[in-house]
Design a protein around this ligand. Structure first.
Ligand SMILES: Cc1ncc(COP(=O)(O)O)c(C=O)c1O
Length: 393
């Protein structure tokens, strides 16, 4: 049989991302493609930049989506800000902090690691001690929302410590942007990157970044060339930059940017703080249901992310079998544990358009039913009643 058009199954995405894409975003993706230097497109690019400033809560002129996924936003920050030999303190409390270390090495820097247990926030005291021990460090990097564990770190405190020691800051906001409080200007974050596929309810493949004047000055004053042509902001700015005359750098993913534009319009319509509150509210509802099923959330309450819920796999339960049944029988995707947490936790995402009551009800009903089918007793009826009460409350 010849290969035919691909029609994906319709899933509910409650893993670590991508999250469900809003129908308005899917509709926007199908609009007619125009040239990436068409005046109409350039106007839309300006709107995307404005809307992104609203989402990051910044006035930074250099605020734009990198034409590639979150990993490219990460790399943009590291390759542009690090010069060979720079000492960079990286706080590692999960997979993505580990990737930052790799980025430092590949950019020619020297990483200094502040290690924290997986499933815990970055410890500000350890950062302070490390910076005292390494007075020549120039950058501090950390992840606000560690998607691999569900732990949230205290951005303003960590940034304040870094600045007191004369360092610039790189903050990973891939899972936090639009889902938890992030105030780039008020908190003094110097460079920050995110991803389109999480709390923005957009398709994967774009990475919003923002650089303040201090960070930009470091990029512009480099003694060496950026070790990536594609991600060199000195070049990318010719296309996305504030100047009115845009020059060709690469062919922008035109339709993907229509999608991001629509997602950001929706975030603006909802209101950023309302979006943060929705993620928090729905997290509490999900938590009520999970706890009534007898499941535990291993991250301490004060450090939990609302949009990514780590859940301990109960003893004797086959992690992979549960996930496979959820997918096959309920078209429901939840995430597996990564790295040190593989087989030990599930990761249940409530990000962006996925963060809504119907998804919570489906997840609790399906998870409870599958657990019982596999011989692990869980009171699905009571859990659904708790969810209903929490939603009503
Ligand atoms: C915290 C964090 N940083 C970076 C990334 C990388 O983003 P992407 O997979 O879009 O390249 C992810 C992806 O899940 C993430 O969760």
């Amino acid at each position: 049989m010849p290969i035919q058009s691909f029609n994906p199954p319709v899933r509910t995405l409650m893993g670590p991302g991508p999250a469900d894409v809003h129908p308005r975003v899917l509709a926007a993706l199908g609009r007619p493609t125009i040239g990436h230097l068409d005046p109409a497109f350039v106007t839309m690019m300006d709107e995307v930049k404005d809307l992104l400033r609203g989402a990051f809560l910044t006035r930074n002129l250099l605020t734009m989506p990198v034409s590639a996924p979150g990993s490219a936003g990460m790399e943009t920050c590291f390759v542009n800000l690090i010069e060979p030999g720079d000492k960079v303190v990286v706080c590692v409390n999960g997979v993505f902090g580990g990737r930052m270390v790799e980025n430092v090495l590949r950019a020619g820097g020297e990483p200094i690691v502040v290690a924290d247990p997986w499933g815990r926030a970055v410890d500000p005291n350890k950062l302070e001690e490390m910076l005292r021990a390494h007075p020549y460090a120039v950058i501090v990097a950390f992840v606000q929302a560690e998607t691999s564990t569900g732990a949230s770190s205290d951005v303003p405190t960590l940034v304040e410590i870094a600045h007191r020691h004369g360092c610039l800051t790189i903050v990973d906001a891939v899972t936090s942007l639009g889902g938890s409080e992030l105030r780039v200007d008020d908190w003094g974050v110097d460079a920050c990157y995110s991803g389109s596929q999480k709390c923005l309810s957009c398709t994967p493949g774009l990475s919003p970044v923002t650089f303040n004047e201090r960070a930009l000055a470091k990029v512009k004053g480099r003694a060496t060339k950026v070790r990536s042509w594609f991600l060199d902001l000195n070049l990318v700015m010719g296309y996305w930059g504030p100047e009115q005359r845009r020059t060709y750098h690469h062919t922008a993913p035109v339709n993907a940017l229509y999608g991001l534009h629509e997602a950001l319009v929706m975030l603006h319509e909802e209101g950023l703080e309302n979006a943060w509150a929705r993620h928090r509210r729905n997290h509490l509802v999900l938590r009520a249901g999970l706890e009534t099923l007898g499941l535990e959330l291993p991250v301490p309450e004060a450090e939990r992310l609302p949009q990514l819920n780590a859940v301990t796999v109960p003893a004797g339960v086959d992690d992979a079998l549960v996930r496979a049944r959820l997918l096959q029988q309920y078209n429901l995707e939840i995430g597996a544990g990564l790295g040190d947490l593989a087989g030990k936790v599930w990761r249940i995402g409530l990000m962006g358009y996925s963060s809504r009551p119907t998804n919570i009800i489906l997840c609790i009903a399906a998870l409870g039913t599958v657990l019982n089918d596999l011989g692990h007793r869980a009171d699905t009826g009571a859990a659904l009643a708790r969810v209903q009460a929490a939603l009503a409350g």
